[in-house]
Design a protein. Sequence first.
Lengths: 406, 546, 290
Amino acid sequence: MLSRRYSVDISSINPLSRVPLFVVQRARSVLCSLGSKLSKGLLFTLFFLPFSAFAEYGLNLTEGVTPVSKNIYGLHMLIFWVCVGIGVIVFGVMIYSIIFHRKSRGAKASNFHESTTIELVWTLVPLAILIAIAFPATKVLIDLENTDKADMTVKITGYQWKWQYEYLDNGVSFFSNLSKESNDKRQLGAGGDFPENYLLNVDRRLVLPVDTRIRFLMTSNDVIHSWWVRDLGVKQDANPGFINDAWATIEKPGVYRGQCAELCGKDHGFMPIVVEAKSKEDYAAWVKEQQALQKAAAAAGEREWSKDELMVQGQKVYSTSCAGCHGVTGQGIPGTFPAMAGSAVTTGDIKAHIDIVMNGKAGTAMQAFGGQLNDSDLAAVITYERNAFGNNTGDLVQPSTIKSAR
Amino acid sequence: MATTTSDVQIDIDAHDEHHHGPDKGLMRWVKTTNHKDIGTLYLWFAFTMLLIGGAMAMVIRAELFQPGLQLVEPQFFNQMTTLHGLIMVFGAIMPAFVGLANWQIPLMIGAPDMALPRMNNWSFWILPFAGAMLLSTLFMEGGGPAFGWTFYAPLSTTFAPDSTDFFIFAIHMLGFSSIMGAINIIATVMNMRAPDMKLMDMPLFVWTWLITAFLLIAAMPVLAGAVTMMLTDRNFGTSFFDAAGGGDPVMFQHIFWFFGHPEVYIMILPAFGVVSQIIPTFARKPLFGYSSMVYATASIALLSFVVWAHHMFLTGMPIAGQMYFMYATIMISVPTGVKVFNWVTTMWRGSMTFETPMLWAVAFVILFTIGGFSGLMLGVAPVDIQYHDTYFVVAHFHYVLVTGALFSIIAAVFYWLPKWCGRMYNEKLAKIHFWWAVISVNVLFFPQHFLGLAGMPRRIPDYSTQFADFNMISSIGGFAFGASFLLLTYIIVNCIRNGEPVKDERVWESARGLEWTVATPAPYHTFNEPPKKAEILNESSHIGAH
Amino acid sequence: MQSNNQYFVPHGSYWPIVGSVGMASLLGGFASSLHGNVLGTGLMVLGLVIIIFMVFGWMGQVVLESESGIYNKQVDRSFRMGMGWFIFSEVMFFAAFFGALWYARNLAVPWLGGEGNNFFTGQVLWPDFKAVWPLIQVPDVSKYTVPKGIIHAWEIPAINTLALLTSGATLTWAHWALLNNKRNQIIAGLIATIVLGVIFLALQVAEYGEAYQHLDLKLTSGIYGSTFFMLTGFHGLHVTLGTIMLIVILMRVIRGHFNPENHFGFEGVAWYWHFVDVVWLGLFIFVYWL
Ligand code: HEA
Ligand code: HEA
Ligand code: CUA
Ligand SMILES: [Cu+2]
């Protein structure tokens, strides 16, 4: 019953039957690699190995590449060791007692049950320890909350389920979606090969320069999201209607990955973040390139498109921007997201169709795409919806129509 | 001494039987005003909900067994997560503790029954209706609640399906039930104690429940307020949680956590009480530091009202707020530490045996402390940046809730079941079950620390391949732990139906407390005459009072 | 019955399960009627009827038991504690809404206007928004109604304050009378209290009418309207309940219930009424005046 009702897109390919074989294969590989990992994990549990050795096994936090993330890491290790220390003492005493003060060993119960002195000691000593932790913690906190004196600012807006990045200093702006390979793979279910960085890859990365103090402004267009890149030491909620800020100075070029960290609906697990840190020169070149691309896209909206062009482009746009809610096959989810197949809107008046796609519907998950997509993409996706999923209306919508509707 | 007591007891029984013993048939349970009957109802209800919530956890763990979407759709996965959390919290843990309170508090303070017996019945009989309403949302169009047990706006307001209004009313009913239950407990403890029992003679389980009841009465109405505002935001155009009208979605979180944080202590204080009863019994030594235990419990309760925003360090709170909530939060470790130290010192130089209840209590002390340590780490605001909304948090709260609250409930059931039904469980099977559960639960939850630190967010149905190994281990542990409940069910049912009869009213060699002075099995009506001063003192001196 | 120093433990009762069925129908029916289900409305009404039936049945039985003298002092104390803690839980319920008002007024609205660490919120998201309280303007005027004005404290609300405060006094006067067994004075005091309660409610209705018809101040007027109607509305509901309870008590007094020693029913309702009174003072100060 479950799979019939909920497996809208994947039921046909859901390989429950393939699971056992897959499990055997996977378990074998897990067991091999795990032998070593697990024993290290266990040792970690028992608090014996020096710490730096763990980073590579994905057992612990990483130090990251910003001053803040490094401070956080240091603090994390400090508290961790404090807890380990206290744990060793408390559990040590307890285990000693369990071994030696048992009746079967002939232990006789003594009758003491009060001591104000000792109660005071074990109130004050932990208190002192906590105060000792609070000092460095406060310092790190003050540092990471201070977003002044930024060299550049990026505004980050969460959408169900993608991120928009706007470089406030140079006008570059784009959306970043789950990459196509990951998206295709997740529709297929378990088994088979996973693309590299499965679910941690996007179609367009957030490119940033190194050694630059960057301010991030976080907000949301619908529900609360949270922008998190572990190596940057940044996690900040993106609240609709409010702007939060955070900052980072990336010290090392590289690619850093993260994910949305606040439950934001159905595809919360599928809105990753990829930051690519480049040298300042490379970054400047990248900005030029983006500005040129944005111009070219605007120009494409000026010409007449053929139906095939529109359908091909439309399918692309649909699968990145719309399929998340309305489903790859346009079936939607009854009660939550309406179907596109045979809907009164997609097969009825073109104006109403253009209107809801461009302006969304206030108070529902249906966003206004007018500000998110350019003329040609909007024209393409509307054309696609009107001709796919058996909607064969034969209608064409041209970018110029969209332009005049703005 | 003991003989005279039981003679008196049996006398009262016989005399009572022809007055009003239990009715027969189903209606006995529907109409009952007897604290023991109602306690039993609560406990079975909680156990049923535990199995339902646990079955949902099994769906979660099965989906997360390997990367890739396999069994359920993301939307359904979110419903499982949400309902698992809600059912475990409101359906399993809280009712189980109320059930224990119903059985034990009158027995432990020498009262004939709860103070307001009819209301006691109502508190229980709201629950099945509320639970049914909550579960029925799963079958409505658009599915059940899928916004997490914390139901943050606007995901739960503007962006949620119609069934959410049923969810809201289910919460209203659960809250109403809890408030009435708590009022009853306060009235019972304050008004029904044997006249010669002073507050500082009370067993710790009674103390912790008294304090918990205060928490409930102060916290649950705030939750009712939160869901009421949700209701009007959803249906009547108010804008409490919408910036466009001058409200703030973060305000929802403040109101929710003002309830939510005390709520987690509501689920742990009675556990502290249980453990404080069991350890002295099996260490054959009075509880160490009785009065500091009472004060520590009260401090934890008070502090719990002023730390709520440690769940919200990343919402953009002003820095002064973050600092304050950080300091207040980590302060809670101090009174909690006092408790842990007291338990350990109670064991120190005792004469310990390790019957099943003691095993669970010892496991509680160790594993709860581990959960407390991760709580402390979470409480440090700047580091919470890396932990928040990851599996590190999931690991934290399952250590305090499963190996904390749930373990203490299991310990309590093994400890008191022989008194309730006059039969002994199978010690050998119970020990096997203990080791099975305690090992598998660590396989289940310990790796989740690593997952969180390595960057796996919570509430996701699918994950990147780098998290695969630990998820598989965790799931295997989860299935093993889940299966252990089948054995537990067998042990309990077997005990009730064919366990070895127990005649000794003391049951455990060194158990102290008024509940051990009545006959075994506990008669339907107890303490029609309040126990005498000497007896009270004798019983309470052994639990460390005085 | 048992000896006098024994606590009265009632035998089984049907009322709780009736109450649960009523509550589930009322709320379940309400939820489905919110989504246009006509059957839901019916179920809701049925639930309400069942609950009223339960309240009268249950309370009736308690009154009967009380009058037959099987409640001793200890039972009385249990009732008192029950009522006291119930009122405390109500206080916490109102605290949630007062908290929301405080938060909106002192934090959320100033932040939307760009204060504190929300400079960019004001600057980037709501450049036209001016944060003033009472919040006549909302950040997004396309989504919420804009009220033309607010209810001023020193008009109807001040009269209402006077009415409620006086009613507190008349009720206390009745209580004194009860302690001195002056039946006519009790009845006079209770009637005065009830009349004042009804006057309060009538004025409140008039105020709502004014707000909706002339001021465009509605539930949908942004956070000001939301907090205003939520707080005053729930308070009004409590006054209504309190008035009904007073009427019941009046009838019991007329029937000769209660005596100077034994009158928990009266006192419980009096506590409730005073609690409603105090909440109103809070409302008057924080919702209307400041
Ligand atoms: C029974 C329930 C329970 C209990 C008892 C606790 C106990 C504590 N919790 Fe936990 N917590 C939860 C249930 C519980 N928690 C739940 C359900 C969530 C998640 C909610 C959600 O988002 O869904 C959560 C989340 C949570 C967070 C938010 C994390 C996040 O989302 O980012 C934080 C942050 O501060 C926190 C802190 C603490 C602290 C400091 C304690 C302290 O009380 C612990 C104190 C105990 C000890 C420290 C151990 C013993 C002490 C000693 C041996 C003395 C010496 C020690 C020292 C001086 C260090 N908890
Ligand atoms: C209050 C107590 C409580 C308890 C007891 C549990 C018990 C368990 N929880 Fe719980 N959990 C929460 C409270 C609790 N949880 C909360 C509050 C959340 C947060 C929700 C949210 O994010 O909103 C959460 C979230 C949560 C998650 C994270 C989900 C996510 O973020 O997406 C996971 C994942 O592993 C999980 C797993 C488990 C497991 C495996 C158990 C096991 O201990 C369960 C064991 C019990 C059983 C399995 C039932 C008994 C057995 C049977 C029915 C027999 C049939 C079974 C087999 C044969 C296998 N829980
Ligand atoms: Cu966006 Cu989670
Ligand atoms: Cu908390």
